[in-house]
Design a protein around this ligand. Structure first.
Ligand code: HEC
Length: 271
């Protein structure tokens, strides 16, 4: 196919038979900015200001209320728990009981349990035990001092009978608890006032007096129930003058009383 040869004519615009000037039309299109693409819109200035404001407020809030991010800032006792002054004043035996509890948990609890409930096949309960709650601690201090063997009636419901396993005895606990009258008194005071038990406190003097008649007895010579029942629960070990509360303890007790009751006591005393 042969094309007719065109003769270029530089001075005359090409006549393509168009009715509009394309260049002019395109110029208008070229002036336009490109269409915005989604995701690139500038943020509304109010939103920016709002976020900046929130950040600023958050910062100042933390500065004011963060407590310097120290854990103890919100603790009830930021400087450690204060000694329970009121409790000590109200219960002059508190320190002794605590001492007794430490020894009990370290030594006796292995067999009798921290809750004093005893353990089947290991040791009888001390909670609600007639031995522990006796009015005087004479038998109690002996069996802890020299040990106990054989069947034992703990209370009207519990009878401990190690007959099937004569190997189960309680040896002397004297050395284990520290071997002093004070320690023994503390342990006994603790078990007599725990788990619902109601025995009165035991003093070191009561232990000294109570054990005096048996100081020659060997620690291996465990008591039997029969032998112990012949010992009066109190007597030589009965509360002596030393067992009475001291003047300071009485003062502390008086101070711990509510005002009206204290007045009553004082009135009673001055009659
Ligand atoms: C190795 C285990 C063991 C340890 C430790 C032990 N006991 Fe015992 N306890 C026994 C056994 C076993 C009996 C019963 C003994 C028997 O056969 O008559 C007993 C009996 C008793 C009883 C008389 C029975 C009763 O239930 O009331 C008392 C009171 C007692 N123990 C107190 C203590 C105290 C206080 C300590 C710590 C200073 C202590 N025991 C440590 C095993 C133990």
């Amino acid at each position: 196919m042969s094309t007719p040869k065109e003769t270029p004519n530089a001075s005359a615009p090409l006549d393509r038979g168009e009715t509009h000037d394309v260049t002019e039309l395109h110029a208008a299109v070229l002036r336009e900015k490109p269409d915005p693409v989604e995701g690139f819109e500038p943020l509304n200035l109010w939103v920016v200001a709002g976020i900046a404001g929130l950040l600023f407020w958050g910062g100042s809030y933390l500065t004011q209320y963060s407590g310097r991010f120290e854990a103890n800032e919100f603790s009830e006792y930021p400087h450690g728990k204060p000694a329970p002054v009121a409790a000590v004043a109200a219960d002059p035996m508190a320190a002794v009981k605590r001492d007794g509890m430490l020894a009990y948990n370290a030594v006796c609890a292995l067999c009798h349990g921290e809750d004093g409930a005893g353990k089947a096949g290991v040791a009888p309960p001390l909670a609600a035990s007639d031995w522990v709650n006796a009015d005087g601690p004479n038998r109690l201090m002996r069996l802890v001092r020299h040990g106990l063997k054989g069947p034992v009636k703990v209370n009207k419901d519990v009878i401990w009978n190690p007959a099937n396993d004569p190997g189960i005895v309680m040896g002397s606990q004297w050395d284990a608890i520290g071997g002093t009258n004070e320690k023994l008194a503390a342990v006994l005071t603790y078990i007599r006032s725990s788990w619902g038990n109601t025995g009165a406190p035991v003093t070191a003097q009561m232990v000294a007096d109570g054990l005096a008649p048996v100081k020659e007895r060997s620690a291996d010579d465990n008591w039997t129930e029969e032998e112990l029942l012949q010992v009066p629960t109190s007597g030589s070990g009965a509360p002596s003058v030393a067992a009475a509360p001291t003047v300071d303890q009485l003062k502390a007790l008086l101070k711990a009383l509510p005002d009206d009751q204290r007045q009553d006591v004082l009135k009673e005393m001055s009659k």
